[in-house]
Design a protein around this ligand. Sequence first.
Ligand SMILES: C[S@@+](CC[C@H](N)C(=O)[O-])C[C@H]1O[C@@H](n2cnc3c(N)ncnc32)[C@H](O)[C@@H]1O
Length: 301
Amino acid sequence: MSGQTDQHSRAGATAADIQAHYDVGKEFYGLWLDPDLTYSCALWDGITGDPARTDLLLKAQHAKLRYHLSQAGITANDRLLDIGCGWGSLLRTAAEETGVRHAVGLTLSTDQHAHACSLGLPGVDIRIQDWRDHEPDTTYDGIVSIGAFEHFTHVDMSRDERITAYHAFFARCAAWLPPLGRLSLQTIALTDGHDLDGPVPAFFAREIFPGSALPRLSDITTACEPYFAITALREDSADYVRTLRAWSTRLLQARDKAESLVGPDTYRRYRTYLRASEIVFTRRASTLYRITLRRLRCRPR
Ligand SMILES: C[S@@+](CC[C@H](N)C(=O)[O-])C[C@H]1O[C@@H](n2cnc3c(N)ncnc32)[C@H](O)[C@@H]1O
């Protein structure tokens, strides 16, 4: 890993910030996520029934992973980059179902890296690497980034500073794609016109996601110029309400085991964060975007 990633002068979450959240450990996350450990909003189109059921949660997560692979234009024998690959569920779907030739996954979490490597996926290279330090030899056919964008800036940055940081991300993605290549991005966002302040965001920034901040859609549309055109946009906040309800129900059902793994304080923090998030999404103070971006022909700097 680059030594640069731990510098707090860098925009967004540092490796230490990421590890504070994700390295709580896969045994704990495995109690309430789906068996593939996908840790982002699922896609519930046409899926009915109790979202906390393992088979339904898994189905909705797979629907989301397939959606992003399709939006990124990934087909058999392609080269794929997954920025913020988590425990490797998208890479697994890409390798086992789509048949990609080569895929690279980036994470800052040592626990995620160890687990994703243990999957032994053919043609898949998982790295503990910040996207800012990624320097591939050749371009990719498509890029997916799910639930990582929220970590690329922090709450103390001004809007101009955040736009600059997002702009750098889009410039790098554009440089890694051929003209017309696609990036499929999923992120939580602040709803334009809503101000989320007070104890809830302060609790998130202090206790749950240090070094992280939510973008607004207008930040993304501004920052992706002149590299990308947005070709599809889904706003799926109801999907996050269902996903969060599934996760918090499953965590509650596994309370004894969870407390024995991480202690009562951490258990309580996570239950509070999942319930608070559900309320924030229900009230539409935050929302969930799935955004397809197509690289324009201009030359990335
Ligand atoms: C909420 S998890 C989502 C994981 C996965 N995409 C999923 O849906 O299950 C966020 C991921 O972003 C990664 N991440 C955050 N900031 C990053 C950065 N600057 N460079 C690379 N990965 C980063 C974290 O390590 C983590 O794997």
